[in-house]
Design a binder for this molecule. Sequence first.
Ligand code: ATP
Ligand code: MG
Ligand code: MG
Ligand code: MG
Length: 560
Amino acid sequence: MRQSMTLIPTLREVPADADVKSHQLLLRAGFIRQNASGVYSYLPLARRVLVKIEAIVREEMDKAGAVELLMPALQQADLWQESGRWYSYGPELMRLKDRNEREFALGATHEEVITSLVRDEVKSYKRLPLTLYQIQTKFRDEKRPRFGLLRGREFIMKDAYSFHSSKESLDDVYERIFTAYSNIFARCGLNYRAVIADSGAMGGKDTHEFMVLSDIGEDTIAYSDTSSYAANIEMAPVKASYEKSGEAERGLEKVRTENQKTIAEVSSFLNVNETQCIKSLLFKIDGRPVLVLVRGDHEVNDIKLKNLFEASTVELAEAYETKNILGCEVGSVGPIGVKNVEIVADHAVESIVNGICGANVEDFHYVNVNPGRDFEPSRYEDLRFIKEGDPSPDGQGNILFAKGIEVGHVFKLGTRYSEAMDALYLDENGKSQPMIMGCYGIGVSRTLAAIAEQFNDDKGFVWPEAVSPYQVHLIAVNTKDEAQSSLSETLYKSLGEKFEVLFDDRQERPGVKFADSDLIGLPVRVTVGKKAADGIVEVKVRKTGEVLEVQTDKLKETIS
Ligand code: ATP
Ligand code: MG
Ligand code: MG
Ligand code: MG
């Protein structure tokens, strides 16, 4: 590509409103321009990097057995109402009306659309498992769009969804996609770590995030200094207590309904008085809302129970906005002190907001997380606020902290969407069953920014080979010099047969060309200068700064 013909508007100054390196350099090197807060144009260089990241993503997803499709960004509200998320997703979901006043959302994610598609088209276990993905623009009205492409309001995501007739099949695909993600981020050259995550608004159980290690990351990772244990700090302590319980049955299990406790028993257990127990359903520990639900189906009279749920629903709806709730249900299973405190998955909390009591829905509880043995309510703080130097929850080594940028996220959703939306299939015995689902996201535009964040020096970008917009930057120092001009034209053609070449044929001062070249940061620079008449050019490696003079007939082999 001739630089005179493309659009690479470089800037000398650091833009005032850009405070992280990737954002500054993407603007300065002419990769992106902002249109509105959190909304960007990808200029030709950025577009090329995106295409390369997407190619890697496609290759690895295809290898994992996923199939690409493309779904609409414009989504009917009806689907979101079916899943309940129309009400629970909050202001991040961009909503609009068509000319007939029908409500729509701009896709923030596609569980609803894909679940409705698959429920209509797949009816038998014989068609499962099925894993579909797309690469598409997503919309989220982020409260604080920032750091350029890292947190946009319009951004590019690869999202995949899998459908299964058994948990084993889900485990298998989860594993494959986990491997695909590891390959993708490694091929992009990123220094990343897969961490245990929180299930958040999606609802789910097993879930991991892929974090690019970076000081500007918004998430904190707690990791062991000796083992592979790593968790998002949001999740680490609860998981920790859960994983510590050696004989605990792991996972979520259908809730049992025997042995509920009275409010009195629960309040004494929690060390609060009865009124508090009912009224302070949502209390705070270190600023973090903790929801306590008391299930007193047998012992608590209906009015109390009704009030209790009404009160908690309102407060919960508010607290839920923060997406930072620790759900805790008291009094549903087993005798006090043994089995009666359960950590409720976040999607149970979500379903309570929607008026369905999570406690009655299968698959919504961690069972056998035992107070006293696994944690004590009064020691929540210790568990949720694990400190550097604490013993690692896996029993190996001590905890260290690092900051991370979430570039990918994999979830086992279970039947949360298929049940709400009736995505059913017929099993071997002709019995109707809800499909078991997984979902898997990669922030493609965020990955671009994360690479930009990791690969730069004081002069500009230093793109890793695999995703560099071009491989070679060919520079004619003085285009008015006949020898330089004709040799660079010849090299542009011949190098172009083997490499992707950006050719600086502009009539600019050499200083400008070199500064732009460093800023853009392609792996290799070939400079055609004074020795052009002798057939000699200069080759410079961007990463090491190494410089060689090369005869043009040796050029191709030198570069490769
Ligand atoms: P975050 O915690 O950063 O808000 P998220 O957990 O809300 O991200 P997911 O719903 O897991 O995001 O979406 C899958 C992927 O999409 C994320 O792992 C991230 O890489 C990317 N992503 C999410 N929000 C944004 C955004 N506002 N801008 C760019 N990429 C994003
Ligand atoms: Mg988010
Ligand atoms: Mg997140
Ligand atoms: Mg996430």
